[in-house]
Design a protein around this ligand. Sequence first.
Ligand code: AMP
Length: 173
Amino acid sequence: MKEIECEIIEVQDYPIPGILFKDLTPVWKSQDLFNILIDKMTEIWVGCEIDTVASIESRGFIVGAPIAYKLNAGFVPLRKPNKLPREVYSQAVSLEYGETEIQVHKDAFQESKKVLIIDDLLATGGTAIAAFKLIPEDLVVGFGFMVELGGLNGRKKIEEISDVRIESLVIYD
Ligand code: AMP
């Protein structure tokens, strides 16, 4: 998706030295590109009977919620610690630049049959794997990313634990 890739701004040494940060906000800001982005990320999964989209706070929500709407699916937020008001499951996440945790309500997937995990960007795969572990395994149909940093081998790490589909719109080497 060249037209989307062209609008992504690379910021060197953000948020810490050594990280080449992909600033996706120009794509989201563009009326045309945001439309194309959501349409393209959605059409991959049409016909897969997805009933739940799970997205990761916070940038994942920007793409995950409109994709859920377009797929006529429900939306489950996977949130940073201490944001959800009821009982939660937690998973530790090791990021390209640090450590955190994500949480989900214990009853979030009670009625789900087919779950799609959406995030803005796949880097080392730590976040995606933590999300996967928060969802009953047999429910997950696939992962959808706006951007994939191929050199960080996140895809390989996901493939080591699951054989579900992994789809990214823009893939960097
Ligand atoms: P990871 O767990 O390493 O796959 O990192 C994925 C998450 O961290 C995504 O939700 C991104 O928002 C963020 N992220 C990691 N690396 C970058 C990067 N180089 N540029 C922009 N966002 C990043």
